[in-house]
Design a protein. Structure first.
Length: 159
C-alpha cells in the first residue's frame, strides 16, 4: 500500500487521536485546526470562511510547506510531526484529506486538486481567486465519516 493511502487510512482508523476522544470529525473543527497550524507556523492573520458546503482557510503566504521538506501534495498525504505546536501533535492537512471528500489547494502556482472534486469547481475557485489572489488557500468539503470502531484494527503509524 502506498504512503499516501497509509497515512489517511491510519487517521481514519484512529480518529480519536486526530479529532478528539469522541472520534467524531467535524469539518468546522478541522478548519479551525488548519488555521491554528498556519498561526503556529508564523502567519499573523488567517481567514476561515464557509461558502455553501466548502470550508476555506486562507493566509497570505504558504504555511503548508514551511518548515518541511515535503511538497505541497505530500503535505496532504503524509503524517508530519508538529512539535512547534505541542508535543506529540501532527499537522492537520492529512486530517483534512482523511475526512473531507473534496480538497483543493490554491496558491501562486494555481489550483491543485488534492482529492475528489469530480464536479464543477467554478464557484469555489472563483471565490478564492477574487477574495484571496496569490494567497495559500485550502478549500475542502463533504465529510467522510471515520471507519466504524468495530472495523478498526490497531496499526502502527506510517514512518
Amino acid at each position: 500500500m502506498s504512503q499516501a493511502h497509509t497515512s489517511s487510512d491510519f487517521v481514519r482508523r484512529n480518529p480519536e487521536v486526530f479529532v478528539g476522544p469522541a472520534g467524531k470529525p467535524d469539518l468546522r473543527d478541522i478548519a479551525g485546526a488548519l488555521a491554528v497550524d498556519a498561526l503556529v507556523l508564523g502567519e499573523s492573520s488567517v481567514t476561515v470562511e464557509r461558502l455553501d458546503e466548502w470550508f476555506i482557510v486562507a493566509a497570505k503566504s504558504d504555511w503548508l510547506t514551511r518548515h518541511t521538506e515535503l511538497s505541497l501534495i505530500e503535505c496532504f498525504h503524509r503524517l508530519q510531526r508538529f512539535p512547534e505546536h505541542r508535543e506529540n501533535s501532527n499537522r492537520t492537512p492529512v486530517v483534512v484529506t482523511a475526512f473531507a471528500a473534496n480538497v483543493i489547494a490554491f496558491g501562486p502556482e494555481g489550483q491543485t486538486v488534492i482529492k475528489g472534486c469530480q464536479f464543477e469547481l467554478a464557484p469555489v475557485a472563483t471565490h478564492v481567486q477574487v477574495r484571496f489572489p496569490g494567497w495559500r488557500v485550502v478549500a475542502f468539503s463533504t465529510l467522510v465519516p471515520p471507519e466504524e470502531s468495530s472495523a478498526r484494527t490497531p496499526v502502527v503509524p506510517p514512518a
